[in-house]
Design a binder for this molecule. Structure first.
Ligand code: E4P
Length: 217
């Protein structure tokens, strides 16, 4: 399973990259705003900055919601850097744009996916990644992980190549459960990745090894 970090914070991206397990980055307009990155030129520059830190795919979201606007914006984003993946919302014109980009060989990430039917459409349109938002489903008392399982089954039934990018991952158990269910990628905060490291028996065991070493040296 690939690990993407879901942030526009360059320090956190550097930290995840330094750990050596980072495969890419996802961003969205809210994450950009959270870092105070506003204005088209600053946002475009920020995408390029992220691409220079990581080696993998970097999702950059279109703001337009009409087909022509999404195509224009997406083509400009794809021109920025060869690591850019154009993030397109799951709306009617978005599906048309996914198909357009797919035919042109431009990588895409279909975002704001909350149902198996939406994921099926994204795959039919040739999306590179589909992003089911599991945390936001959990927030409204709907099982987000069940959606990952449904999409995995549908994609496997027909051999769709669209990669399932489990998004809106909020914590470490989401990461583990997504791995069990066969998600191709997960994107979440640094804390969810670092949580995988933690086990009290590791800390206790290491403390004992070091104490025993000191006794003999
Ligand atoms: C995915 O690409 C989105 O940026 C993201 O995962 C949304 O997560 P949230 O529900 O925690 O905002």
């Amino acid at each position: 399973m690939k690990f993407f970090i879901d942030t526009a914070n360059l320090d956190q991206i550097r930290e995840a990259q330094a750990l050596g397990v980072l495969d890419g980055v996802t961003t969205n307009p809210s994450l950009m705003a959270k870092e105070g990155i506003t204005g088209r030129n600053n946002i475009l520059k920020h995408y390029v900055d992220i691409c220079t830190i990581v080696e993998g795919d970097v999702s950059a979201e279109v703001i337009a919601t009409d087909f022509e606007g999404m195509v224009k914006e997406g083509e400009a984003l794809a021109e920025l850097h060869d690591q850019i993946v154009v993030k397109v919302p799951m709306i009617k014109d978005g599906v048309k744009a996914l198909k357009y980009f797919s035919d042109k060989g431009i990588a895409t990430n279909c975002t704001l996916v909350f149902s198996a039917g939406q994921a099926l459409l994204a795959a039919k349109a040739g999306a590179t990644y589909v992003s089911p938002f599991i945390g936001r489903l959990d927030d409204i008392s709907t099982d987000g992980l069940n959606l990952i399982a449904e999409i995995r089954m549908i994609y496997d039934n027909y051999g769709f190549e669209t990669q399932i990018l489990a998004a809106s991952v909020r914590h470490t158990m989401h990461v583990i459960d997504c791995a069990k269910l066969g998600a191709d990628v997960m994107t979440g905060p640094l804390s969810a990745i670092e949580g995988l490291l933690k086990h009290p028996l590791t800390d206790i065991g290491l403390a004992k090894f070091l104490a025993d070493y000191k006794k003999g040296n």
